[in-house]
Structure formats: C-alpha cells, structure tokens
Design a protein around this ligand. Structure first.
Ligand SMILES: Nc1ncnc2c1ncn2[C@@H]1O[C@H](COP(=O)(O)OP(=O)(O)O)[C@@H](O)[C@H]1O
Ligand SMILES: CC(C)(COP(=O)(O)O)[C@@H](O)C(=O)NCCC(=O)O
Length: 242
C-alpha cells in the first residue's frame, strides 16, 4: 500500500492506494496532518511507502514522524519522471506540476493534454502527444484575487466566492464576484481556446479545490477530476520506488 501526500499552499491532501486503486483520501489543514498520521496507519497498517510532494509548508518534523511508520520518499526536481521535461528551468518547477504532468502522461499517453489546477494559484500544464511536458502558465487563484482586492484597496470587502447570476454586477459585491468568478471562467475558456488552436485533439482536465466555483460556466468541454494530482503522485511513487 502507498500513501501519497500533496502539500499545497492552502491545504494538505493525501490518499492511500493499493494496486493503483485509491482506497481513502482526505484533506487537512497543514497543522492537522501530523495528528492524523497515527490514526491513518492504524486504519491502513500495510502502508509501506509514502511520497511527499510539497510546494507549501511541511516541516521536517512531519516527515520524521511519517518515517516512523513507513519508508518516506520526498518528491524533488531530481526525482525520476516518465515524461520528457522540456521546462527551461526544471529546478524551479513546482513538484505538484510534476505530478499533474505525470497523471496527464499516463491517462493520455499518445494525446495532447492540458491540465488546469485551480488551487491557491491556477496552473496550466501541457503534456503533448509525444510525452513531453512543454510548460504552461501560473495565474492568481480565486481566493487570491478576492484577497488582493481587499488588501490592496481601502474600500473593498473580503468576500467568499459565490455563484454569479449575471456578468453585469449591480452592487459592489456583485461586481467583485463577477470580476473574479466570471473573469476566471473567461480566462480559463480563453486559455483553452489558445491551446486548442495549437494542439490537435486536446484533452482538458480540470482539478483543484476551487474548480467547482467556475467549472459549470465553461463553454469548453473539460473532464473534471478532483483526484488527478494524487493519482499522479501514486504513479510517481511507483516509478521512484526502485
Ligand atoms: N477544509 C478546507 N480548508 C480550506 N480550504 C478548503 C477546504 N476544503 C476545500 N477548500 C478549498 O480548496 C481551496 C484550495 O485548493 P487546493 O487545490 O487544495 O489548493 P492548494 O493545492 O494550493 O493547497 C481553497 O481555496 C478552498 O476554497
Ligand atoms: C505555482 C505553484 C505556486 C502552485 O501551487 P498551488 O497553487 O498548487 O499551491 C507551485 O506549483 C509552485 O510553487 N511552482 C514553482 C514555480 C513553477 O512551477 O515554475
């Protein structure tokens, strides 16, 4: 059994796999993860290997505690990946994006795949039909846009994301929701169109904790897969075990 841990900039997500099948998955605020480890290993004592991917805050203590229970691998830019990495600065590429590209590669090995991950940031990652990660984009995430408007103005409140009824807002709150939610939907659709114009028969995967705020608004066809990154991590754990 494998345990994979994705430490993002907002949440820690983890999952237990056996023979490629996800048996359990959970979200946790970063401070809470440590207290959940013991319980997890009581429930799944056959976990033999764990892979940690972190672009957020996971300190050494958490890794050391995990290492008391099983063999721990840490995903780094030097880890083996099954695709060709053509990023010009592979040493600065987020390891979460390595996992997304790996999942794209295994799900669609001979096709062009764009993965959009709406988390703290929105990332776009393209793996082409010859198994090459070519890059993508990083843009501010949904909550980051709300926070930026609140923090960098004197008069705008901090809002929780919500459904937008019309793209024309008729109040401060409605205008902010339109700017963020309608704006992100337009951004994502526009970016997908750009990739479709360059890559034939493009498959688009949408994932990430904030994707549900705009997925229904997209005009492009996408496959929603909230567990895509965790699946990529399990592939990478198998690939790096030996
Ligand atoms: N328990 C939770 N605590 C905080 N945010 C949550 C929680 N459950 C879902 N979310 C949503 O998930 C988003 C984070 O998405 P995620 O893909 O986990 O980002 P990251 O990988 O950058 O940590 C948050 O912005 C929030 O809207
Ligand atoms: C872009 C990211 C901040 C996304 O992190 P997330 O929103 O998933 O928490 C992360 O992948 C990262 O720190 N990347 C390093 C820069 C790069 O990928 O080129």
């Amino acid at each position: 059994m494998n345990l994979v841990v994705d430490v993002g900039n907002t949440l820690v997500k983890y999952a237990v796999f056996e023979n490629g099948r996800m048996l359990h998955d959970q979200n946790s605020e970063s401070g809470l993860f440590l207290s959940q480890i013991k319980e997890l290993f009581e429930q799944y004592p056959r976990i033999g290997n764990a892979l940690i991917s972190s672009v957020g805050k996971m300190d050494k203590k958490e890794r050391d505690v995990l290492a008391l229970f099983c063999k721990v691998h840490v995903l780094t830019n030097a880890s083996k990946v099954p695709f060709k990495n053509s990023y010009a600065t592979p040493q600065t590429l987020g390891v979460d994006r390595l996992a997304l590209a790996t999942a794209a590669f295994y799900h669609n090995p001979r096709g062009n795949t764009l993965v959009i991950d709406a988390g703290t940031c929105i990332t776009y990652d393209l793996v082409n039909n010859v198994g090459e990660f070519v890059g993508g984009a990083i843009s501010p995430g949904i909550r980051m846009r709300y926070k930026a408007m609140n923090q960098q103005t004197a008069g705008l409140p901090l809002l929780e994301p919500t459904e937008v009824l019309d793209f024309i807002g008729n109040s401060t709150n409605a205008c902010m929701h339109s700017g963020v939610i309608n704006g992100v939907s337009r951004e994502v659709d526009g970016v997908i169109d750009q990739y479709r114009a360059r890559f034939q028969h493009l498959t688009v995967i949408l994932t990430g904790g904030d994707s549900h705020f705009f997925d229904k608004r997209l005009k492009n066809t996408i496959f929603a897969n909230p567990k895509f990154l965790l699946e990529g991590l399990n592939y990478l754990l198998e690939y790096n075990k030996s």
